[in-house]
Design a protein around this ligand. Structure first.
Ligand code: NAD
Length: 435
């Protein structure tokens, strides 16, 4: 029997010797057969500290999986995770600091990308071109243009992609969607979404320092502009600096906007975006992304509102959530539960709590999709892209202090300042994927 890995290897070597160049292979569409359930899947993790490790750990809780490589630019993290991997799975993976070396390995089937957001596009498009399936963390990218580049690469190379928006694999959120779809709430004219977390704003300023030993800082920066090392812009905290992340708007925004857009069956761009924001609560702190932000997205027959703050509290005693305001009642949801609050006596009160481990099931869906060559995963790149674009639009609209319309067909906001934020300027020698 020809296994999937053998097929790709043989096809690739035939290509290298110029023996065959069928259209599908020229386009990078490795039409590999499904894998036998007994086939082992070799995975590599790129970016090992926090969420990437959580992703790998759940992936490794499945049968037939081997962790064969770990890649990180911080030796302190890499060595610790290598020891963790050996303890957990009885075998020390090969260690790398340059992800391109990982992608050169023909025996690797899938990679997990758990690096900061500014790296996702380069790594994922390179991984697709190298014939790997990818679990890429959210938000899929740090700019709108990168979202388009990633979608194009996935289509060209026909790879299985799971975006780390694990709420898509949650029974709780699925039942919420079913309830909203049932129409019982009546006409929904307003969706409110909020995320109030202190971690994103309270960041005291500290001086730049020499790069810590064992850290390849140039490779951490990658395509981002050169800047001195600062521990408050490094592990975990990079989220609050525009070059690497988008603050709460992208960090929580993609998860929660996803639920609002899913509930309202939105598949395209809003008519208009209006946003106001700034570092108003903590004007002297170090973070660049906004500690206070309100965004309005306009659709033909409803409006959706996003807000974030550092208060750590919110409506319905929930510091984050989604609220669908219908004529007959309100549905309010977050990861802990969803409930319906009737308006008068038109509806019954309902309350649901989680029934599955959404993150584990999200990784199961990824693995099954790899085995079955199913490109329609629980959260494919198209969905990751739309949510990331909404989040970036919110930030972009707040930065020039004007209301904007995103003209997706022509990739412009018709506003010079906002248009500059659509496409990143990669630091040399890094080049963004172009289809
Ligand atoms: N799905 C979720 O619920 C969820 C939760 C948390 C974080 N995330 C996402 O996961 C990603 C990682 O976030 P985090 O909190 O784990 O960040 P982190 O800073 O804790 O970890 C990132 C790791 O990537 C490494 N890294 C940076 N550049 C690298 C490179 N060029 N090559 C290899 N390794 C590199 C860092 O050294 C670090 O070990 C982000 O995109 C974040 O938004 C998702």
């Amino acid at each position: 029997m020809i296994t999937r890995r053998k097929f790709i290897k043989q096809s690739a070597s035939a290509l290298a010797t110029g023996l065959i160049v069928p259209q599908a292979l020229r386009a990078g569409n490795f039409l590999a057969p499904s894998m036998a359930p007994s086939d082992q899947i070799n995975v590599a993790l790129i970016g090992c500290k926090s969420m990437g490790w959580a992703d790998l750990s759940d992936i490794m809780n499945h049968k037939g999986l081997n962790c064969v490589a770990l890649c990180d630019v911080d030796q302190n993290i890499l060595q610790n995770r290598a020891a963790d991997a050996e303890k957990a799975w009885g075998r020390k993976p090969e260690l790398y600091t340059d992800y391109r070396k990982v992608l050169e390995r023909k025996d690797i089937d899938a990679v997990i990308i758990g690096t900061p957001d500014h790296w996702h596009c380069l790594m994922m498009t390179d991984a697709c071109a190298a014939g790997k399936d990818v679990y890429v963390e959210k938000p899929i990218a740090n700019t709108i243009a990168e979202c388009d580049a990633m979608t194009a690469a996935v289509q060209r190379y026909s790879r299985v992609i799971q975006v780390g928006q694990q709420q898509r694999s949650s029974e709780l959120w699925r039942s919420m969607k079913q309830y909203v779809d049932s129409g019982q709430l009546g006409k929904i004219a307003r969706v409110n979404i909020w995320a109030n977390f202190a971690y994103a704003a309270i960041l005291p300023r500290v001086a730049d320092k020499p790069v810590p030993q064992g850290v390849d800082y140039d490779m951490w920066l990658g395509p981002a502009p050169q800047r001195p090392f600062n521990e408050k812009r490094f592990h975990g905290l990079w989220r609050m600096f525009w070059d690497y992340g988008g603050g709460l708007m992208t960090d929580w925004g993609v998860h929660l906007l996803d639920m609002g857009l899913w509930g309202m069956n939105v598949k395209g761009m809003p008519r208009r975006v209006v946003a106001l924001g700034g570092n108003l609560a903590y004007p002297n702190n170090f973070s660049e992304t906004f500690d206070t932000l309100k965004v309005l997205y306009e659709f033909p027959d409803f409006i959706m509102q996003w807000s974030n703050s550092a208060l750590q509290s919110g409506p319905y005693d929930r510091n984050y959530g989604v609220e669908f305001k219908g004529q007959n009642g309100t549905l309010v949801a977050n990861r802990e539960s969803w409930e319906v609050i009737p308006n008068g006596n038109k509806l019954e009160a309902v309350k649901k709590t989680p029934t599955n481990n959404e993150h584990y099931d999200h990784t199961t869906n990824f693995i099954e999709s790899i085995r079955n060559r199913n490109l329609a995963t629980a959260c494919p790149i198209t969905n990751g892209s739309i949510c990331a674009k909404y989040a970036h639009m919110g930030n972009i609209a707040a930065r020039p202090k004007e209301s904007l319309t995103y003209d997706e067909a022509h990739q412009t906001f018709h506003n010079k300042q906002a248009d500059k934020l659509i496409t990143p300027t990669y630091r040399k020698p890094w080049k963004m994927y172009k289809d």
